[in-house]
Ligand binder design. Sequence first.
Ligand code: ARG
Ligand code: ZN
Ligand code: CA
Length: 243
Amino acid sequence: ATGTITIPVVVNVIYRTATENISDAQIASQISVLNEDFNATNSDFSKTPSVFTSVAANVGIHFTLSKVVRKYANKRSWRTNNDMKKSAKGGIDATDPANNLNIWVVNDMGGILGYAQFPGGAAATDGVVVAQRYFGRTGTATAPFNLGRTATHEVGHWVNLRHIWGDATCGNDQVGDTPSHNAANYGCPSFPHYSTCAGSPVEMTMNYMDYTDDACMYMFSNGQKSRMLAVFATGGPRASFAD
Ligand code: ARG
Ligand code: ZN
Ligand code: CA
């Protein structure tokens, strides 16, 4: 093991209209965002408030574009039932999920920006799904979700991160250095936003695993980094990606 984690990415584009058949440039912009956000080279990383700078992480996961697969489907909207991952349902079958992160880019999922499969699930459906309006930072990407952070958030789930509020009121995200959050935050909260959970901590609303706008999320924590890297360790559910 070299200690380097590089994730080959297969982008599966399923479109009905020419506009939805997003450009190679839009796809490249998303790969750039993933590399920036998972290596703390994003231009907004320096906005991290001083109370959190000691826990702000350079996760150290790299992404390379392996290939792009494109397919027409006569479908205006998809659901979160994994049909886009099945050729028999009009979708595209995953490419070698043990060695590639498959991302499906669909035209629309109603109000859903994206969703992910956690480690340990079925290989055929492994990966993340993002609607094209929320993918990358050029082309059809639409504000306030036009900086590629939906994929950053979903890839966070793909490497085992929970939502920062633990999907419950003052819930547990299984990460020690992230504060308790009352609930999901939306929009662009002003700082500091105090939790009413035990101890009234300042919430880490700028964490990628909250639900704020793309421009208002710009960091993972060291505790999240440990949890992510654990999936690549020997015996871990994504050990096949580590070299
Ligand atoms: N799974 C979330 C949803 O579909 C994604 C949230 C992404 N947030 C963002 N700022 N891009 O609502
Ligand atoms: Zn999520
Ligand atoms: Ca926590």
